[in-house]
Design a protein around this ligand. Structure first.
Ligand SMILES: [Zn+2]
Ligand SMILES: [Zn+2]
Length: 145
């Protein structure tokens, strides 16, 4: 399928031809910290199938194994865009959150499940608002995030 995406401020945009059945979720501690979220979902796409407009800033993450991974993000708005091999990029693991078609991209695999937040599977039981937060317990209702 063809996908499109962009960072929050629009300085960086991309289009790609992707295989939707490759989406996975990573629960590792690095993904939690770097994404600022309980887990990260990505769609791996061969680098030659991605057309990128704009130049992301890069942070090279060194794993415990010594593996070096580029983490690419927008220097202006901070949106995370993709990760790839530090030396010779072959595959861009595009962050699901910046892909416009993300609702159609259901993960098929989870990795590092041992470090997943223990409450993830309980979210369906947590009170939910259809939009924003309208509970006085939730702080300023107009700026929830
Ligand atoms: Zn941006
Ligand atoms: Zn991870």
């Amino acid at each position: 399928m063809n996908i499109t995406g962009q960072c929050h401020c629009g300085a960086i945009r991309f289009t790609a031809t992707a295989q939707p059945e490759r989406v996975f979720v990573c629960h590792c501690a690095d993904c939690q910290v770097i994404s600022g979220a309980p887990f990260r979902a990505v769609l791996p796409v061969p680098v030659d199938q991605v057309e990128l407009q704009g130049v992301p800033k890069q942070y090279v993450k060194i794993a415990a194994t010594g593996n070096r991974r580029v983490q690419a993000f927008c220097a202006d708005c901070g949106t995370q865009l993709f990760a790839t091999e530090a030396d010779t990029p072959k595959t861009l693991n595009i962050r699901l959150g910046c892909i416009n078609e993300r609702a159609q991209l259901k993960p098929v695999l989870q990795v590092w499940r041992d470090s997943a937040m223990p409450w993830l599977h309980e979210l369906d039981d947590v009170p939910a608002h259809r939009q924003g937060r309208d509970s006085p317990l939730a702080g300023n209702p107009s700026t929830p995030c």
